[in-house]
Design a binder for this molecule. Structure first.
Ligand SMILES: C[S@@+](CC[C@H](N)C(=O)[O-])C[C@H]1O[C@@H](n2cnc3c(N)ncnc32)[C@H](O)[C@@H]1O
Length: 286
């Protein structure tokens, strides 16, 4: 899928259209930017893609908008589209990690997000911004990320063929192939603008099983708080169901321990190989 030699987090232009068609994502960002960006503000967007969020910032009345994009073809598409809209945006072709921000930034928009904080470099890019920016504290959009994990029994059989492959799910759709064995548990939450950013995404969580079955996967749940003020705008991302290397049979009442650790930006296989589940206190034994 990726061009030879390209970094793994490259998103070709055809996938940007998919992001533009994602109504939950687009609606949340449009609403949040309209609430946060006030006339006269200086906005910096890191990872501009096609430039749509920079456009929303212009519409909200920002007095300056800088949009940084690393991929040449995507940068060119953004430059052309913003130009065609007559939007006064400075589009910069650069790696956001090496970009020196202007002296004053009121709002940092950064959507380099993937469920689980996997694959994309949100944390690294925001961290690089924070270490090179000395001006008054900006507002980050999104302002926070909250992550949860849930033990599930997943049907991985397709047309009679069984293969345990990670899969994405629309959280607003019914998922008849997934049986939740316990409610989700939050393992991480942090604000982008406050203190230190996480260097790992790690969980060591105990669940009381509500429904017995074969525990063969976990569902990763990532919710981003785009803004808190004046009213919260949240973006719940598509779920990611990740198969367990070693499925375990569980009964209602069992306590199950699920653990993993990976770094933000790691690939899905790195989470897969770090995943571990064990039954701590079998209900059937007691
Ligand atoms: C998930 S897309 C979001 C695009 C756009 N902001 C939107 O909301 O439609 C993330 C974008 O960040 C870009 N990107 C990834 N890493 C980058 C980096 N280190 N510096 C600059 N851009 C980067 C990708 O090429 C991609 O266009």
């Amino acid at each position: 899928m990726h061009h030879k030699g390209s970094p793994a987090d490259v998103i070709p232009l055809q996938y940007h259209a998919q992001m533009l068609l994602d109504d939950r994502r687009m609606g949340a960002f449009q609403a949040a930017i309209a609430r946060v960006v006030r006339p006269g503000m200086h906005v910096l967007e890191l990872g501009a893609g096609t430039g749509v969020l920079a456009h929303f910032a212009v519409v909200a009345g920002a007095s300056s908008v800088i949009a940084v994009e690393r991929e040449l073809s995507v940068y060119q598409a953004a430059s052309r589209a913003l130009d065609a809209h007559g939007d006064d945006v400075t589009v910069v072709h650069a790696d956001a990690r090496a970009f020196t921000p202007p002296p004053v930034v009121d709002v940092v928009v950064c959507e380099m997000l993937h469920v689980g904080l996997l694959r994309e470099r949100q944390v690294e890019v925001v961290g690089a911004f924070l270490s090179s920016y000395a001006g008054p504290p900006p507002v980050f959009l999104p302002c926070a990320t909250i992550q949860a994990v849930q033990p599930v029994s997943q049907d991985f059989t397709f047309y009679g063929y069984t293969v345990a492959a990670p899969l994405f799910q629309d959280p607003s759709a019914a998922q008849p192939r997934t049986v939740a064995l316990a409610p989700p548990s939050i393992f991480q939450s942090f604000f982008y603008g406050a203190g230190s950013l996480p260097s790992s995404c790690a969980a060591d969580v105990r669940f009381e099983v509500e429904r017995g079955g074969i525990l063969n996967a976990v569902r990763m749940i990532t919710k981003n708080l785009l803004t808190e003020e004046p009213t919260p705008v949240e973006w719940l991302m598509n779920y990611l169901v990740v198969p367990l290397p070693k499925p375990v049979e569980v009964d209602a009442g069992d306590t199950v321990r699920i653990s993993f650790a990976y770094r933000p930006g790691d690939e899905i296989p790195e989470l897969m190989s770090a995943l571990h589940a064990e039954v701590l206190s079998p209900a059937r034994a007691g």
